[in-house]
Write a protein that binds this ligand. Structure first.
Ligand code: SF4
Ligand code: SF4
Length: 360
């Protein structure tokens, strides 16, 4: 098996920017002959797999969606089997995250088995690890075996980040990780939008503009991110974020289809059960990793990706209140994971403002 560096296909994958990659996926999706109304279509296999390889983690985040911080993890042979299935099915990206992937007993082996099968690897990472572990991550980034690293940073104020992440010193380690890895791999900073940081997002963006990052990804799926914002408040927050997106050198995304509806060129941003799925090391498969820990939403993995994909992709439905909305093609009815968390997404600002056709 050729190494990732030697492989022409893998070299091409690692050389693409995030926006080029998203355009590639979008083009692939649009070319599907079975692409139907409102972005619904049926791929024979997902293009992206979110994989939680271990439950180990050193943090205690207030919004954790994989709350059991135990030693449970996939064995290496189970991961090898997953990588071989991905290669066979044409799954071209795996996102390693959920808990702290680099704490898996054989983290280097996990990355190598995917990269040697020419599968693009994205890594989510808190930076809250020993210097030795950070060195290992840096080495593997230098060898181009990881395409992007997503590092959580919730505020420019250290105590705010530490409070959200439940651990003193988390902020300085995250900054250290960004500075160490930024010259070797594109860094995506993940920021959990919540009541503790929402009034200072501009200052947060200013700090990020001084760091080697490519993208800011705004999240708001669980915990303290939950009940704080009405749909109309979110409209104002997202409008400001779009201003920052134009002003600062990095791009801003929000893992929320409603954010996409505000853009001049929106894309179909919810891929759950459409082109992506997730497997946790509890051996549960979901349409989206933000549904981890919801027992009503998984199907047992049972060592076969195709079988669970065929079950999960049929679960995705446009909510009835969205069917006549002109934004539904891009928004796809909002974020199903937020809906499960009873967040205000289903009552989007278009509905709140009495404008279901999206004229507001
Ligand atoms: S369910 Fe929500 S969090 Fe998951 S992919 Fe869709 S928009 Fe993103
Ligand atoms: S009504 Fe709102 S949530 Fe539904 S598709 Fe339209 S913009 Fe999205």
């Amino acid at each position: 098996m050729s190494s990732l560096k030697e492989s022409p296909k893998a070299r091409t994958l690692c050389a693409v920017s995030i926006s080029d990659y998203l355009n590639m996926v979008k083009k692939q999706l649009e070319e599907q002959p079975i692409f139907q109304n409102a972005g619904m279509m049926k791929l024979k296999a997902p293009s992206t797999l979110y994989l939680e390889v271990t439950k180990r983690c050193g943090l205690h985040c207030k919004h954790c969606y994989s709350p059991k911080n135990t030693n449970t993890e996939f064995s290496f042979s189970e991961i090898e089997h997953i990588a071989h299935q991905c290669a066979k099915l044409g799954i071209f990206k795996v996102v390693l995250g959920g808990s702290e992937t680099v704490l898996h007993k054989n983290f280097m082996g996990v990355v190598n088995i995917f990269s040697s099968n020419e599968i693009l690897v994205d890594l989510t990472f808190s930076g809250f690890v020993s210097n030795q572990k950070l060195f290992e991550v840096k080495e593997i980034c230098k060898q181009s075996k990881i395409a992007t690293v997503q590092i959580s940073l919730d505020s420019h104020i250290p105590s705010v980040h530490d409070e959200i992440r439940g651990m003193r010193g988390a902020w300085s380690r995250a900054i250290n990780a960004i500075q160490n890895l930024g010259e070797h791999v594109p860094i995506v900073v993940a920021t959990l939008l919540n009541i503790l940081n929402v009034s200072k997002l501009e200052e947060h963006c200013y700090l990020l503009s001084k760091l080697p990052i490519k993208t800011l990804s705004i999240l708001r799926q669980r915990g303290i991110a939950g009940q704080n914002f009405s749909p109309t408040t979110l409209f104002d927050i997202y409008t400001s974020l779009l201003d920052y997106d134009r002003y600062f050198k990095f791009g801003i995304t929000a893992h929320d289809p409603l954010f996409e509806t505000l853009k001049t060129k929106p894309c179909n941003c919810c891929t759950a059960g459409i082109s992506s799925m997730a497997i946790s090391c509890a051996q549960h498969a979901y349409s989206c990793p933000f549904l981890y820990s919801y027992d009503d939403y998984y199907v047992p993995y049972k060592d076969n990706i195709l079988t669970v994909w065929n079950l999960l992709r049929r679960e995705y439905e446009i909510p009835s209140q969205c069917k006549n909305c002109k934004h539904v093609k891009h928004c796809l009815g909002g974020c199903p994971a937020l809906r499960v968390n009873n967040m205000p997404d289903p009552l989007c600002w278009h509905i709140q403002r009495g404008s279901q056709d999206g004229k507001s």
